[in-house]
Design a protein around this ligand. Structure first.
Ligand code: SAM
Length: 183
């Protein structure tokens, strides 16, 4: 299994106190997408609100069965398909209008992951990234493996993606990037 390093989670209420979720969805313009594919549902922190904000289906993948079970429980009645899948190893296996790499680009092979996310885009689609700011934050991977936005933009270029607009500020602790395919 190619589980993203340092991707363990604190308890659910604490994790979810660390994000302004409506602000993140709004600043990344998630509502423009129909179908969305997400790497790492975790507790369903973003799965559930995004499924509520889009017109299509949210497909989400995780390597931890208990994370999938929790997300399925919270997503009852919504258009959510949650499945066990090692996205690092096998890619998304589908295409969507947006692919989400939220809090995962500190993995060992970020360019491969960005390539998987790019390959999963329908024409006109976007890879949406959020990550912890590079500095003092209450959680997040060690600064030695935590990417800065300009590092992600450089990896994205190698994966055939370019940024749309600049770095998106997602207070209190995150930043975001919207990436589109060159073609
Ligand atoms: C830090 S958590 C972030 C969860 C969610 N994206 C969020 O921001 O709330 C990373 C999640 O990715 C999952 N994960 C790690 N490696 C994975 C892989 N290779 N394929 C699919 N999911 C993976 C972990 O099990 C964990 O639930």
């Amino acid at each position: 299994m190619m589980k993203v390093r340092d991707s363990g989670m604190p308890d659910e209420p604490y994790w979810e106190s660390l994000f302004d979720i409506p602000l993140i969805l709004s600043r990344l313009d998630i509502g423009r997408s129909h179908d969305v594919a997400e790497l790492g549902c975790g507790y369903g922190t973003f799965t559930v609100p995004i499924a509520n904000a889009i017109s299509g289906t949210l497909y989400t993948f995780d390597v931890e069965p208990e994370m999938i079970a929790r997300t399925v429980e919270r997503a009852a009645g919504l258009h959510v398909v949650a499945a066990e899948r090692d996205v690092m190893e096998t890619g998304f296996g589908m295409q969507a209008d947006a692919t989400l790499l939220f809090n995962v680009l500190h993995c060992e092979n970020p360019t491969l992951l960005l390539r998987h996310a790019a390959e999963a885009l329908l024409p006109g689609g976007e890879v949406l990234v959020i990550h912890w700011r590079h500095g003092e934050t209450p959680r997040g991977p060690g600064l030695d493996i935590r990417p800065k936005p300009e590092q992600i933009v450089a990896w994205a270029g190698s994966a055939g993606l370019k940024p749309i607009g600049g770095v998106v500020d997602l207070p209190p602790w995150h930043y975001g990037l919207r990436l589109s395919s060159h073609i």
